[in-house]
Ligand binder design. Structure first.
Ligand SMILES: [Cu+2]
Length: 142
């Protein structure tokens, strides 16, 4: 009985530590995120089809904690320097989540020039350390 009490006490101590831990995870060696489409400098008739590429890791839905997986995010007209990589990424038009595990998306963007950058994050929407980002590309929507 005493053993059970001790185990439960240990679990109660451990659970809050897990819930609030925002330690960033190191990605596997050689993991890479990149655009399959569009290409940098491309002029496109909207809507824009974005195809997200990933090497060396797997895609899993948000909230599913499987080792060496995560989900795609797209920064729209937002420089990486403006993202707090130690916090959970907010949901906005500039920070889009593909938490269903999507690798392709259709974007409605107004006519003009836009920058796009992929950011691959873990099941908690937290960046890996170092961050897994694509190059930032610039497209023009007609
Ligand atoms: Cu997310």
């Amino acid at each position: 009985m005493q053993k059970i009490t001790v185990s439960i006490a240990a679990m109660l101590l451990f659970i809050p530590a897990l819930a609030f831990s925002m330690e960033r995870i190191a990605p596997p060696e050689g993991a890479e995120v990149y655009f399959i489409a569009p290409s940098d400098g491309e002029t496109i008739e909207g809507p824009v089809t974005v195809k997200m590429g990933l090497r060396g890791m797997g895609v899993a839905p948000a909230g599913v904690d499987v080792d060496q997986t995560g989900h795609h995010h797209l920064l729209v007209n937002l420089p990486l320097e403006d993202v707090d990589l130690d916090a959970s990424l907010p949901f906005s038009d500039q920070t889009r989540h593909f938490g269903g595990g999507q690798t392709e998306a259709s974007l409605d963007l107004p006519a003009g020039t836009h920058t796009l950058q992929l950011l691959f994050m873990d099941y908690r929407h937290i960046s890996f350390d170092p961050p897994l980002v694509s190059e930032q590309i610039t497209i023009t929507v007609r």
